[in-house]
Write a protein that binds this ligand. Structure first.
Ligand code: NAD
Ligand code: LMR
Length: 339
């Protein structure tokens, strides 16, 4: 029997990530090839005509799984009945800016959209915040939508996770699908810590640790980390626009694994609220290694590394904690100011 359609909201749908993301959702990349969808697209009035153009293209593409499109500038219409909300709406940074530099503009958006989601989305709606600064926007959304369970509010660090997989695969000249279990700790910013201490590669003679195969701790503790941390800026420098297709694809990966589950023996990185694991203050939205089953994520425990694997790990992690704590209080302050 055919499944009931799932309603997926994409905010900022007339923008460049939105334009890459909605056809992926309509093709079943996010929720599976047997899952019909109704896509809700929200943007602001100045982008209304462009948004209508995206709607026309969705109709023209005749996606078999697409059972309806709502294209609107009304936040209530956009949020009504949605089961999944991908929050992309906001302003991207330009060359030379840090992600926190778009905070004041974007945080106020997340405060007002939180209330609309809380009141009008379907019960148990899963929320993924993509717009930067992603962790802080998710925290604001959590603060202003207290009736949405905290476990349902997440932010995107899967792009950083996928970037780390990509770097290892290029370095070792192996298929990216054979690399797994990297971890992005912290937030989607240059203070994140990309960690390969538990990552493995599937080889003809079994799973081997990435560190043992790369055999170059200097690269793993240095250039690898900064490349992943700075990849967003490198894309902006090259494209004069921030990443879009990789962000859209990673957003699909995030939701797909959350809803349909992670493969056995594999974890992924998600920005989720901290329950105090690894000493991260409870309530922060922080990127951890997680596994997902039956639509629920769970933080993987025990991912600590021995001193000789990387002496810088705890030092860098400490810096990430500090930055996150500052982001938490700044986010709270900004949210009060825009109240
Ligand atoms: P974009 O400028 O191309 O599109 C953003 C869209 O949001 C525009 O159409 C704009 O009109 C719309 N918008 C603005 N305010 C809105 C509001 N209040 N409600 C609904 N829509 C609104 O930008 P983009 O390249 O698509 O990037 C979107 C966001 O995603 C940026 O903040 C960017 O920095 C962030 N991003 C995050 C990641 C990640 O991994 N977390 C990756 C890439 C980009
Ligand atoms: C990215 O990581 O590509 C996005 O967060 C965009 C940016 O500003 O870096």
């Amino acid at each position: 029997m055919a499944k009931e359609p799932v309603r997926v909201l994409v905010t900022g749908a007339a923008g460049q990530i939105g334009y890459a993301l909605v056809p992926m959702i309509a093709r079943g990349v996010m929720l599976g090839l047997d899952q019909p969808v109704i896509i809700h697209m929200l943007d602001i009035q100045p982008a209304a005509e462009a948004l209508n153009g995206v709607k026309m293209e969705l109709v023209d593409a005749a996606f078999p799984l697409l059972k309806g499109v709502v294209a609107t500038t009304d936040v209530v219409d956009a949020c009504t009945g949605v089961n999944i909300a991908v929050m992309v709406g906001g302003f991207p940074r330009k060359e030379g800016m840090e992600r926190k530099d778009v905070m004041s503009k974007n945080v106020s958006i997340y405060k007002s959209q939180a209330s609309a989601l809380e009141k009008h989305a379907a019960a148990n709606c899963k929320v993924l915040v993509v717009a930067n600064p992603a962790n802080t926007n998710a925290l604001i959304l959590k603060e202003f939508a207290p009736s949405i369970p905290e476990k349902n509010i997440t932010c995107l660090t899967r792009l950083d996770h996928n970037r780390a997989l990509g770097q290892i695969s290029e370095r070792l000249n192996v298929q990216v699908s054979d690399v797994k279990n990297v971890i992005i700790w912290g937030n989607h910013s240059s203070t994140q810590y990309p960690d390969v201490n538990h990552a493995t590669v599937n080889t003809p003679s079994g799973e081997k640790p990435v560190r043992g195969l790369v055999k170059d701790d200097e690269w793993l503790n240095g250039e690898f980390i900064t490349t992943v941390q700075q990849r967003g800026a490198a894309i902006i420098k090259a494209r004069k626009l921030s990443s879009a297709l990789s962000a859209a694809s990673s957003a699909c990966d995030h939701i797909r694994d959350w809803v349909l589950g992670t493969p056995e023996g594999t974890w992924v990185s998600m920005g989720v609220y901290s329950d105090g694991s690894y000493g991260v203050p409870a309530g922060l939205i922080y990127s951890f290694p997680v596994t997902c089953h039956s639509g629920e994520w769970k933080i993987v425990q025990g991912c600590v590394c021995s001193a000789n694997e990387t002496s810088s790990f705890f030092c860098i992690l400490h810096c990430v904690f500090l930055t996150q704590s500052i982001a938490f209080w700044v986010g709270r302050l900004v949210s009060r100011l825009v109240n």
